[in-house]
Design a binder for this molecule. Structure first.
Ligand SMILES: C[S@@+](CC[C@H](N)C(=O)[O-])C[C@H]1O[C@@H](n2cnc3c(N)ncnc32)[C@H](O)[C@@H]1O
Length: 221
C-alpha cells in the first residue's frame, strides 16, 4: 500500500465513514479526491477511460448502480452530500464488484463548477432534486443561470443534461432557466426511447400518483 493510499484511507476512516464501518466494504465504491481544489477528469477516478456520466444527488444509488450494470463500457460518478446515503451507495458498488461506478461525497454545484474538468462529462443526470417549493427558498434551487453555465462548461460538446421532477412549478422554473440560458438545444425524450431506469424517488412519487416531467438538453457540437 502506498503512503498516499494509506493517508487516503485514514482520512476516510476519520472524517467520513464513522464508527463501525469496515473500509473493505466501502472502499472500492468511494471516490475521495486527494485535492478538493484541483480539477479532475474521469481518468483520475476510474481505471478505464470511457464515456463519463454524472448522477447529481444520487440518493440511495439505485439508478447509478442499474446504469453501471447495464453499461459496463461507461463510467458513472454519483454525487451525494448525505453521509448515510454515500455509505450505502459505496457499499452497494463494492459488493457488486463494479469498477465503473463510484460515489463522491460533495455538494453538487461545487462538484460541477470547481471539481470536475471542463469538457469532461458526456451526460449529467439530475433526477428528482429537492424542488424547494417555498418562495423564500427558491434561491436554493440548483438549476439557475450560474449552475447552467458551469454545467455547460463541464459537458463535452455533444454532451447532454437530463432532468426529471414530479414538481410542476420547479419543472416550469427549469424550462424558463434553460430557455433564458439560450445555449442548449432541447431534445425530445419519451419513456422507452433508451434504457433509463426509474430512481427510488421516481418510484415513490409514482406510487403516490404523481406524474414526472422530463427535460433533455444537448450541448451542440
Ligand atoms: C429527492 S432526493 C433524489 C435522489 C435520487 N436522485 C432519486 O431520484 O431517487 C435528492 C438527493 O439529492 C441530495 N442533495 C440535495 N442537495 C444536494 C447538494 N447540494 N449536493 C449534493 N447532494 C444533494 C439529497 O441528499 C438527496 O439524496
Amino acid at each position: 500500500m502506498t503512503i498516499d493510499m494509506a493517508r487516503k484511507i485514514g482520512n476516510i476512516k476519520r472524517t467520513e465513514m464513522g464508527k463501525g464501518v469496515k473500509l473493505k466494504d466501502i472502499e472500492a465504491g468511494l471516490f475521495v479526491p486527494q485535492d478538493y481544489f484541483a480539477r479532475i477528469g474521469s481518468a483520475a477516478i476510474f481505471p478505464c477511460n470511457a464515456p463519463f456520466e454524472v448522477d447529481l444527488g444520487c440518493g440511495d444509488g439505485a439508478f447509478l448502480l442499474a446504469m453501471a450494470k447495464q453499461f459496463p463500457e461507461r463510467n458513472f460518478l454519483g454525487v451525494e452530500r448525505l453521509l448515510g446515503r454515500v455509505r450505502k451507495v459505496a457499499r452497494d458498488i463494492t459488493r457488486a464488484g463494479l469498477t465503473n461506478a463510484k460515489v463522491l461525497r460533495l455538494e453538487s454545484k461545487y462538484t460541477v463548477e470547481w471539481l470536475l474538468e471542463k469538457s469532461s462529462i458526456d451526460r449529467l443526470h439530475l433526477l428528482c432534486p429537492d424542488p424547494w417549493p417555498k418562495g423564500r427558498h427558491h434561491s436554493r434551487r440548483l438549476v439557475q443561470q450560474e449552475f447552467l453555465q458551469a454545467l455547460w462548461d463541464a459537458l463535452k460538446p455533444g454532451g447532454e443534461f437530463l432532468f426529471k421532477t414530479d414538481h410542476e412549478e420547479y419543472f416550469q422554473w427549469v424550462c424558463r432557466e434553460v430557455s433564458e440560458f439560450e445555449k442548449f438545444t432541447q431534445l425530445p425524450w419519451s419513456d422507452g426511447d433508451f434504457f433509463y431506469p426509474k430512481t427510488d424517488f421516481q418510484l415513490l412519487w409514482e406510487s403516490q400518483g404523481k406524474i414526472l416531467q422530463s427535460l433533455r438538453c444537448l450541448k451542440d457540437v
